[in-house]
Design a protein around this ligand. Structure first.
Ligand SMILES: Cc1cc2nc3c(=O)[nH]c(=O)nc-3n(C[C@H](O)[C@H](O)[C@H](O)COP(=O)(O)OP(=O)(O)OC[C@H]3O[C@@H](n4cnc5c(N)ncnc54)[C@H](O)[C@@H]3O)c2cc1C
Length: 396
């Protein structure tokens, strides 16, 4: 039996198309946009023209009907230019709209997904609250039913795309006595809804990807805005976190690859002691470690994505192999990405410390992947929990 690690022709074409766009349209704007902390205004419409806003979505909604391997490949390719914007694209496409697609009714999907695919709508997902981060199930945002409406009060923080989102998916307690079993999922249109407020959060990394502190004050939503049924939120949330961890590994992978490629080029060009610094063994050691780290990260992430694509029900969360594999993929990509970016700065010396050199952005952005989508500590807790399952059989 053979194992084939190569991308197929369609995947290679997809990568080439996104790379051509990212290296010619996005790259020339990045230094200025990063300094201003501004997202390119037409980012999602541009991606809509390329047909990559709904990589795994059904064709009837304007999607490409591919899978999570291809979604990961798109995020990796954007991440080669901008880790931050790959995260924004992932927050919209995977966290918000894919979660929505997997749980909404056909009527709800028809209303939202075609505009998500053509880039008219940007999405965001709200789990985290000021007092409920790693312990997400302790969220206190409340949705109280009054007649045929829900009244929402509470807040969500660190929400990627919050300041620019047209559609938000979020979780709220509908039956607090039931704790995690009393959480439901809702969607709404932030720009058109009264009682919704957003404050942009200032960050030192992941600039250009806007992050918001969002507040709901007696915000009224029609009951039709409930997704997936009353008190069914915990399964939606934990399933969604698996595909989020797998596909967003691509943001780190893209940065890892960029750091390696930029460092090889720089090390060959930079002359010290009369020779290119690439001829020094201590620089070569770093490049060899960066390469090995990138390839290992890539295998972990794409294997998890392929595993998920092969699952008929795509079920993740507690008690599934997918939960362990997704947590392991992002744990490895995140921690390796932080190391690789630090090596890239070291190889670039003082120039690596200057904003003119893209490695500086990759370095600042990479640290997020030890934190976002559940921290490294939480990912280790998930992996250990799944290894200790009574029915755990093989260390896949
Ligand atoms: C740029 C950015 C974008 C983000 N985007 C989104 C988004 O789009 N949507 C969203 O909902 N959230 C988003 N987040 C939130 C992110 O998922 C949380 O920051 C993360 O889950 C950690 O929560 P916290 O920051 O409250 O840290 P805390 O939970 O307060 O953790 C602080 C420290 O304690 C550790 N810790 C906590 N509990 C344990 C434990 N039991 N054992 C060991 N160590 C523990 C953590 O690992 C961490 O090191 C984003 C965050 C950032 C910074």
């Amino acid at each position: 039996m053979s194992l084939n690690f190569d991308f197929n022709e369609e995947q290679i074409m997809l990568e080439e198309t996104v790379w051509r766009w990212a290296s010619t349209w996005l790259e020339p704007q990045m230094e200025k946009l990063y300094e201003q902390d501004e997202m390119p205004p037409n980012l999602f419409k541009e991606l809509g023209k390329l047909g990559v806003n709904g990589v795994a979505f059904e064709e009837e909604y304007g999607g490409a009907a591919l899978g999570y391997v291809e979604t990961l490949l798109v995020y990796e390719t954007i991440g080669r230019v901008s880790n931050a914007l790959a995260m924004s694209v992932g927050a919209s496409q995977t966290l918000c709209f894919d979660n929505f697609r997997r749980n909404a009714t056909n009527e709800q999907k028809k209303l939202i997904l075609p505009k998500a695919c053509n880039g008219e709508y940007i999405g965001c997902l709200g789990i985290t609250e000021p007092n409920a981060g790693s312990d997400a199930m302790s969220m206190s945002t409340r949705a109280i039913k009054k007649g045929n409406k829900y009244i929402i009060n509470g807040s969500k923080t660190f929400i990627t795309n919050g300041p620019v989102a047209d559609v938000m998916v979020f979780y709220a307690k509908t039956d607090p006595d039931k704790k995690s079993r009393g959480i439901s999922t809702f969607f709404f249109f932030p720009k058109k809804t009264k009682g919704f407020y957003c404050e942009k959060i200032k960050k030192w990394g992941m600039r250009t990807s806007p992050t918001g502190l969002l507040t709901f004050e007696d915000m009224e939503l029609p009951e039709e805005n409930l997704i997936g049924g009353l008190n069914r939120g915990v399964a939606i949330l934990t399933n969604g976190l698996c595909t989020e961890r797998i596909t967003l590994s691509g943001c780190s992978l893209g940065s890892q690859r960029a750091c390696l490629e930029l460092s090889i080029k720089y090390a060959k060009e930079r002359i010290q002691f009369g020779k290119p610094i690439a001829s020094f063994q201590m620089i070569q050691e770093k490049l060899a470690n960066m390469y090995t780290g990138y390839i290992s990260s890539k295998l972990m992430a794409y294997r998890a994505a392929a595993f998920c694509d092969a699952l008929e029900n795509k079920k993740g969360g507690k008690g599934t192999d997918l939960d362990r594999m997704a947590a392991a993929a992002l744990l490895y990509c995140g921690e390796m990405g932080t190391k690789i970016a630090a090596d890239a700065i070291q190889i670039h010396g003082g120039y690596g410390y200057c904003t003119e050199y893209p490695v500086s952005r990759h370095y600042l952005d990479q640290k997020l992947w030890d934190i976002g989508a559940g921290t490294s500590e939480i990912r280790r807790m998930i992996i250990a929990r799944e290894l200790m399952r009574d029915d755990f059989q093989s260390a896949r």
